[in-house]
Design a binder for this molecule. Structure first.
Ligand code: CO
Length: 220
C-alpha cells in the first residue's frame, strides 16, 4: 500500500520523469485537450484505465462508476457523454467492463443493498433482457462472466440512445462505440466485437432522436 507521504514523493518523481524526456511536457498539457477516446469503465481499483491501455495524459476522457453503467437519468454520465461528443468531438466511445466485477455479482444476488438497489437495477434489467441465454448457462462462474459481457453490450446500446451520439453519428459518421472486457486474471483486454450495425438497425425505430435514419445500410 502506498503511504500518504509516498504519494507526493511519487508525484515529484513523475514530474521529473516526464520533463526529462520532454522539457515542456506540462506546458503542452496545460494548453488543451483533444482526446480521441471516451472511456466509460468501472470504479474498481484494479481496473486502471490509462495504465491498461498504455495511454498518456490528454489521450482519454474518462468516466468511471460502479459496474460501468450508462443510466438514462444519470446526469453525471450524460454530461460526460455530451461534453465528450459535442465539444471534444471524440472519435470512439468505449464501455469497458471487467470479469470479477463486484457490482455485477451483487446484481445476481437476492438481497437488499440499500442505495445500490436502484443503481444495480440497471444490471438486473440486463439480466432480464437476456434471461433465456443466461439461464441456459449451467456453470455459475460462466454465467457471471457472460452477464459482465452483456452488461457492457447493453451499456453501449444506452450510449447509442443519447441524442448527442445519434446526431453526431448522422452528421459525421462517428463516434463509433466499442465494448471491451478487462480480465484481471490475465491482464488481457478483450474487444467484444459487438455488431452495432445489427443493433442499430433493430433499435433505431424505437430510440431514434433525429429525423434521419442513423444507419441506412450503406457503408461509411
Ligand atoms: Co466492477
Amino acid at each position: 500500500m502506498v503511504s500518504y507521504e509516498k504519494i507526493f514523493q511519487n508525484n515529484r518523481q513523475w514530474i521529473a520523469e516526464k520533463t526529462a524526456t520532454e522539457k515542456d511536457f506540462f506546458e503542452k498539457l496545460a494548453r488543451d485537450q483533444t482526446p480521441e477516446y471516451l472511456y466509460i469503465g468501472c470504479s474498481d481499483s484494479r481496473v486502471t484505465a490509462e495504465e491498461l491501455m498504455g495511454a498518456q495524459p490528454g489521450e482519454v476522457f474518462i468516466h468511471r462508476n460502479i459496474a460501468n453503467v450508462v443510466a438514462s437519468v444519470d446526469l453525471n454520465v450524460l454530461s460526460v457523454i455530451n461534453y465528450a461528443v459535442r465539444h471534444l468531438k471524440v472519435k470512439r466511445i468505449v464501455v469497458c467492463g471487467h470479469y470479477g466485477c463486484g457490482g455485477v455479482k451483487a446484481a445476481m444476488q437476492s438481497s437488499d443493498l440499500g442505495i445500490l438497489n436502484p443503481w444495480l437495477r440497471n444490471i438486473r434489467d440486463v439480466y432480464r433482457l437476456h434471461k433465456t441465454e443466461l439461464q441456459a448457462i449451467p456453470d455459475e462462474q460462466a454465467r457471471y462472466d457472460r452477464l459482465v459481457e452483456l452488461n457492457v453490450q447493453e451499456q453501449c446500446v444506452n450510449v447509442i440512445k443519447t441524442a448527442a451520439v445519434q446526431q453526431r453519428y448522422v452528421k459525421e459518421g462517428f463516434p463509433s462505440v466499442h465494448g471491451w472486457v478487462f480480465d484481471m486474471r490475465t491482464g488481457m483486454l478483450k474487444d467484444l466485437e459487438i455488431d452495432f450495425r445489427k443493433i442499430l438497425t433493430e433499435i433505431q425505430e424505437i430510440y431514434n432522436l433525429t429525423n434521419t435514419d442513423w444507419f441506412d445500410g450503406s457503408d461509411r
